[in-house]
Design a protein around this ligand. Structure first.
Ligand SMILES: NC(=O)c1ccc[n+]([C@@H]2O[C@H](COP(=O)([O-])OP(=O)(O)OC[C@H]3O[C@@H](n4cnc5c(N)ncnc54)[C@H](OP(=O)(O)O)[C@@H]3O)[C@@H](O)[C@H]2O)c1
Length: 249
């Protein structure tokens, strides 16, 4: 698919946008954790149990671009199962962006390790990462080690700051989290998110789908700054936010 037409509404309206530049990770050596999610106008993170039903081909194209720009793609176990994740495959049109770098590494976050270790997620050329905690069942951990690199990043659950540190230790700096709501809720509650890209689909869907963050923690306040707002021909909006470091509340 050729680059879709996206117009910029903010900060400076423009009829065409260099999307590679618009979504470039900041330079430097510090890890940068970006999350990318989609929601309906009434805040649902799923329709019929999947995120894909909220999107369109442009949204999928952008997802492909964000993957191609990243070193590692992180998802919670719920998302890997519901969205039937396979190995990371960079679309041919984005291959040039990576130079000699291999495809991004896939990483799944799970405590129970109740994953299907024979599924497509575990059969790519690069062994995925399974990020778990000390409380994970030993037998499941042994199964995971046969098909993946197992990373322990917490005691009773994966601690978000340790997750980022473990990835950085392996040389991964451009981090992309694709959700789902529970994992994103953990990352937001722990205040480790540097950036949030949200696609807003022009739909009301009702139902009781989760919001894009789903976490039992007390309320918190994480100020964000809008970096840009784009719109496609189907009127999906693409907002890129980053952490507002100037707000000290
Ligand atoms: N709107 C969107 O952009 C979007 C994006 C992604 C997914 N989704 C949708 O969201 C739904 C899945 O939601 P979800 O909230 O269940 O997804 P999820 O966050 O991907 O998965 C939840 C699971 O991840 C593991 N997990 C999360 N945080 C953990 C932590 N700190 N430590 C250890 N394990 C942790 C646990 O796995 P174990 O149970 O194995 O321990 C947990 O049950 C699907 O319907 C999917 O289609 C929507």
């Amino acid at each position: 698919m050729p680059q879709p037409r996206l117009r910029r509404l903010f900060p400076k309206p423009a009829d065409s946008v260099d999307l590679i530049q618009a979504y470039a990770y900041p330079p430097g050596d510090t890890p940068w954790l970006r999350a990318n999610m989609i929601a309906s106008v009434d805040g649902a993170a799923t329709l019929g149990g999947r995120a894909g039903a909220l999107g369109n081909p442009t949204d999928q194209w952008l997802l492909g671009l964000l993957r191609a720009l990243s070193d590692v793609i992180i998802a919670g176990a719920g998302t890997v199962v519901a969205e039937r994740y396979g190995p990371a495959r960079v679309r041919p049109e984005f291959a040039g962006l990576r130079g000699a770098a291999p495809e991004p590494r896939m990483a799944v976050v799970s405590r129970s390790l109740e994953l299907d270790f024979g599924s497509a997620f575990f059969i790519g050329e690069r062994r995925p990462l399974v990020i778990t905690c000390e409380a994970a069942p030993e037998a499941r951990r042994e199964e995971a080690e046969k098909v993946a690199e197992v990373v322990v990043a917490g005691e009773h659950k994966v601690e978000p700051s340790r997750l980022v540190a473990e990835l950085a230790k392996r040389g991964y700096r451009r981090l992309l989290c694709e959700g789902g709501p529970q994992l994103l809720g953990e990352l937001a509650a722990a205040d480790v998110l540097d950036e949030l890209c949200v696609s807003i689909s022009p739909l009301l869907v009702g139902g009781n789908a989760p919001r894009i963050t789903n976490h039992p923690a007390d309320e918190y306040r994480r100020p964000l700054r809008l970096v840009h707002l784009l719109i496609d021909d189907d009127e999906l909006l693409y907002a890129r936010y980053r952490r507002d470091t100037e707000d000290d509340e």
